[in-house]
Ligand binder design. Sequence first.
Ligand SMILES: C[S@@+](CC[C@H](N)C(=O)[O-])C[C@H]1O[C@@H](n2cnc3c(N)ncnc32)[C@H](O)[C@@H]1O
Length: 213
Amino acid sequence: MGRRALRKIDPELDLNNHLRSLDELPDSWRAADWFCRGGPLEIEIGSGKGLFMVSASQLRPAHDFVGVEVSAKYARFAAAKLARCRSENSIMIHGDGLRFLHDWVEDSSILAVHVYFPDPWWKKRHRRRRILNASFLRDVQRVLRTEGRLHFWTDVEEYFRATLDLIGEEPDLVGPYEVEESPAEHDLDYRTHFERRTRIQRAPVYRAEFVKR
Ligand SMILES: C[S@@+](CC[C@H](N)C(=O)[O-])C[C@H]1O[C@@H](n2cnc3c(N)ncnc32)[C@H](O)[C@@H]1O
């Protein structure tokens, strides 16, 4: 499914507090460098247009949020949304979320990892490009603190089932717990833009949560 062109970002908007590049992160980076109060940290991999980042950071103001997006224009777009609402508890990183988790995130330091509607890579020979692979899941298990959660939603049933099988091999990720669909009370009352689009098309969404033992 194609994606519509993004709205232009106001060139006057200051993104300094809401956008970083993975290539600029010092090896010694810690979340406390950005969020001084050190609230519980949630990470989203593949934030797209940033709907989850905006709504979750408003809904849970005591938590801190890092969104990682590999596409420069989407990372900028999501950061612009955070900047416009003057969010103080969220920031976007432009770069590879798998690399970020593997190389920068400390063991047992994260309250939640969110992955919504990851690119499906339909062709069999491309499936190894999927982000929910064995090594990523080992990192998720490593970085989550006890009782921390992995949230995974997709509209691709085959990806969903294959991922549940992979997660089943991680001894410390307990689940899947089912997540019920909640009615949308307004036009943006969805977890992400892809959830909105899928539900408007009346296609199924597969949702699961796992808890770190
Ligand atoms: C299908 S879109 C879904 C976007 C959003 N999660 C949603 O549900 O609306 C998948 C997003 O993941 C991003 N992505 C793919 N691989 C990534 C990676 N390794 N690290 C960070 N983002 C990635 C893509 O650029 C794209 O924006």
